[in-house]
Write a protein that binds this ligand. Structure first.
Ligand code: GUN
Ligand code: FE
Length: 423
């Protein structure tokens, strides 16, 4: 057993932070939290006590929607909306991942950058290329970080060198499952790119695999109005975009992540609730691609589960702290433009989305309650609070770090109880 001492903050519920000023957290040999305390209990037996002094100790970040092969496009080419942006910038970049040497270089840098930004687990889109996707899985496993990794299924409306077929996708998934057999923190996820990229045969095949394996599913939903109109043309019998996935068993029959949902309402909202489909809110991307402002408060009021995604390279930054900040700020714009109908998101709500709500897709991850895996960051924010660290509450220190801090202020990173060094 190891005891860590610091100013501990986490959110076991969305409504408030739990704060242990100069508190203690006990972590066993398996990396599981045994207890969190204001003062050390008498008789507690432990091997070592690590004192992080006045620093902050928080759960590590979980990014539930990110495109690893778009890493080189991060921060550029945000001058178009979704469909032309995909055709002009994204598909040509992703086609490069037919080259394994390119994949090795870029995927290693990608995982290293995730680490730098304090994200220890991610739900990741790879490309349609199996060898490159195996390389991505190995990059996470070698780093000791967690991931759900999707070999993307796409067999229409894209360049031929970026398309696979239902048959090659199935054999690729089998190869991926074999590769991941020895990787405890890396798992596969069924990943149709989105309805316009997948023929009915592809969707059928993916839905059948979901039923047979109970593997989770991730995709895109109701991101952009041109896209939604196109889906209605392609799947005219569907009652809404979400129903186009549901018809193929790809909408909540197994744990399901749907990114964006900027225009989800009515029947689609009802279906998401009924099928327990999780919304991945991607505010940086929705802003950069001028997609829309997702009605997150409405989703929360309807009882939907909401998590956060960086969605690079629609999103411009891998830091989930930036994503949290955008989530709050965009909800404030929506609050004003709805004349106060939808109260804006609070800091504890967005922190909960990036920690405990997102972590649930990886096991008992994202909180410091007993039984949770110790995925954690030590934040040294002293230089952000030069005059008054003693006078500033831990919650305000965390808020200031979320708004003003960056990787320079992250001093240690833990995943599954192990300190993770830069990959
Ligand atoms: N819809 C289909 N593919 C993509 C993608 O790569 N990024 C985003 N933001 N939306 C998509
Ligand atoms: Fe995306």
């Amino acid at each position: 057993m190891t005891i860590y001492q610091a100013n501990i903050l986490f959110t076991s519920s969305p409504t408030q932070f739990e704060v242990y000023e100069r508190g203690y957290i006990a972590v066993d040999e398996q990396g599981v939290v045994q207890g969190v305390y204001h003062s050390l209990p008498d008789g507690l037996i432990y091997d070592q006590l690590v004192d992080f002094g006045d620093k902050l100790l928080i759960p590590a970040m979980n990014d539930l929607h990110v495109h690893a092969p778009q890493f080189c496009n991060m921060g550029i080419a945000m001058d178009m909306q979704l469909i032309p942006w995909l055709n002009t910038y994204v598909f040509p970049e992703e086609a490069k991942f037919a080259d394994e040497a390119y994949a090795e270089t870029v995927y290693h840098s990608f995982v290293s950058e995730l680490w730098r930004q304090g994200t220890m687990r991610a739900a990741v889109f790879a490309t349609s290329h199996t060898p490159a996707t195996q390389i991505l899985a190995r990059s996470f496993a070698d780093a000791g970080m967690g991931a759900l990794i999707g070999l993307v299924g796409m067999d229409r409306h894209a360049p031929e060198n970026l398309c696979n077929t239902p048959i090659s996708w199935v054999s690729g998934m089998k190869a991926l499952v074999d590769t991941m057999a020895e990787m405890p923190l890396v798992k596969p996820i069924i990943t149709p790119r989105f309805i316009p990229s997948c023929t009915p045969e592809m969707l059928q095949t993916m839905g059948e695999m979901a039923q047979q394996t109970t593997l989770p599913v991730q995709s895109h939903l109701s991101e952009n109005q041109q896209e939604i109109a196109w889906v209605q043309e392609l799947e005219p019998a569907s009652t809404c975009y979400g129903d186009a996935y549901h018809r193929y068993g790809l909408f909540g029959d197994t744990p399901t992540l749907m990114a964006h949902c900027c225009y989800t309402e009515g029947e689609e909202l009802r279906l998401m609730r009924e099928q327990n489909v999780c919304v991945v809110h991607c505010p940086t991307s929705n802003c950069n691609l001028a997609s829309g402002i997702a009605p997150v408060r409405k989703f929360l009021q309807a009882g939907l589960n909401v998590v956060l995604g960086s969605d690079i390279a629609g999103g411009h930054h891998l830091s989930m702290f930036r994503v949290m900040q955008y989530a709050v700020q965009m909800s404030k714009l929506q609050y004003v433009s709805s004349n106060g109908q939808y109260p804006f998101l609070t800091l504890s709500e967005v922190f909960y989305m990036a920690t405990k709500a997102g972590g649930a897709f990886f096991g008992q991850v994202g909180s410091f309650e007993p039984g949770y895996t110790f995925d954690a960051l030590v934040i040294d924010d002293l230089c952000l609070s030069p005059h008054s660290i003693d006078a500033t509450s831990p919650i305000h220190r965390l808020e200031r770090f979320i708004y003003l801090g960056d990787d320079r202020h992250i001093q240690h990173r833990f995943c599954q109880g192990n300190e993770i060094n830069q990959p």
